[in-house]
Design a protein around this ligand. Structure first.
Ligand code: SAH
Length: 370
């Protein structure tokens, strides 16, 4: 059996053609699946009997579900704990803003990158998510928005409000699961599917060069985010083991070439988690500016979210502002970004799932939303 949510429209068209039925029926199936959230699209009236019967033999919809939802009292952020068919749990985070609704999704169960300051990194990698398990996170969140009128109304959204942006900034290193993520991008960006333009989807990486090359060759229009966090090879290798395999200098050279060939219609989002006494001096700011020379960037400074137990601390607000002002003065576009959903442990680096622990000591109290 194959997962319907893992099929691109082209896959379904080929499926129809192989069966000898008009490929146009694939479009009907896709609409039922992604616009009507129908989990048994083979029952759609008007499908050729042959197609409907064969689909029932070959396909199923994965049954991922929202196992728990937590609503931030401060900013309306909702964290979903999503349970996959095999019991694996991942998190997605819905972040409402004035003009957009962003969903942060996971690409793996756990993560192999082992960045020293990241909670998810401590889980290790359990497995890759399939394309269907990535896409279904968007389906579940989209359906949740449709079903929660009060959440929409409190934020002034119309009834038809929908997710406008996706960020691959949940659990996992998306480029370490390049096949699953590539297929998910085809599905999410299909106008008959979830209809998210590739430039509205950000793939965030700790610096996985092999995956990056494949991604940009297949999807040159996708938005890219790079988690930088350090300014020298030595310091970065200490914080982020992946730097020993692919030094940041190599990654940035590759990206410099990529953006130069692209005539300035897009830029790289650089994330820099600011850690007190580790990467927050004015020398770091100077080196950061130098390192990014020639790459069109928007720099987001994220004060470290302290995850217990940890030897790392958040910066002092004044020193964070000084750091920002110093970079700004050098002409780099820079913003301080406070993570959303702090009260529900939905913030960067806090996504971690330990089902056993959670039963006895949940990271946050679930809030039921009517
Ligand atoms: N593996 C990808 C996707 C994860 S995105 C990547 O590294 O880009 C999650 C972001 O949150 C990354 O930039 C990560 O480095 C950052 N992060 C991890 N732990 C954090 C913490 N404790 N405080 C602030 N940011 C953190």
């Amino acid at each position: 059996m194959q997962d319907m949510y893992s099929q691109s429209l082209a896959d379904l068209e080929q499926y129809c053609t192989r069966l000898g039925v008009p490929a146009v029926h694939a479009k009907t199936l896709y609409r039922r699946l992604f616009k009507d959230f129908d989990t048994a699209p083979w029952n759609t009236p008007g499908l050729p009997v042959l197609l409907a019967e064969q689909l029932r033999v070959d396909m199923r919809c994965n049954e991922a579900s929202i196992a728990q939802e937590s609503l931030s009292r401060y900013d309306g952020t909702v964290k979903f704990l999503v349970r996959m068919d095999d019991g694996s749990l991942v998190e997605s985070v819905l972040m409402p803003e004035k003009k957009r609704i962003t969903l942060c999704i996971s690409s793996q169960v756990g993560c192999a990158m082992a960045c020293t300051f990241c909670h998810t990194g401590r889980m290790g990698l359990k497995r890759n998510l399939t394309a269907g398990e990535i896409a279904v996170q968007v389906v579940l969140a989209q359906r949740w928005i449709r079903e929660h009128a009060s959440w929409r109304e409190e934020r002034g959204y119309p009834w038809f409000a929908s997710i406008s942006n996706i960020v691959f900034m949940g659990m996992g290193e998306p480029l370490d699961n390049i096949e699953g993520v590539s297929q998910a991008l085809r599905i999410l960006s299909d106008p008959l599917g979830l209809n998210l333009a590739l430039r509205k989807i950000s793939v965030s990486t700790a610096g996985h060069l092999d995956g990056l090359k494949i991604l940009l060759e297949r999807f040159p229009k996708v938005s890219l985010a790079l988690s930088l966090h350090a300014t020298t090879e030595r310091e970065r290798s200490q914080l982020m083991p992946i730097n020993r395999r692919w030094p940041i200098g190599t990654i940035l050279n590759y990206l410099r070439d990529f953006y130069q060939q692209r005539d300035g219609d897009s830029c790289l989002l650089v994330q820099y988690t600011v850690i007190r006494g580790v990467n927050d001096s004015l020398d770091h700011a100077d080196r950061l500016v130098e390192l990014l020379q020639g790459v069109p960037v928007k720099l987001n400074l994220i004060p470290l979210n302290e995850v217990e137990p940890s030897r790392f601390q958040s910066p002092e607000p004044e020193s964070l502002e000084r750091f920002r002002d110093h970079i700004n003065a050098a002409g780099v576009r820079v913003m301080i970004r406070y993570s959303k959903g702090q009260d529900i442990a939905a913030a960067c680096g806090q996504l971690v799932v330990n089902a056993e622990k959670r039963k006895t000591s949940p990271l946050s109290e679930p809030v039921t939303i009517s």
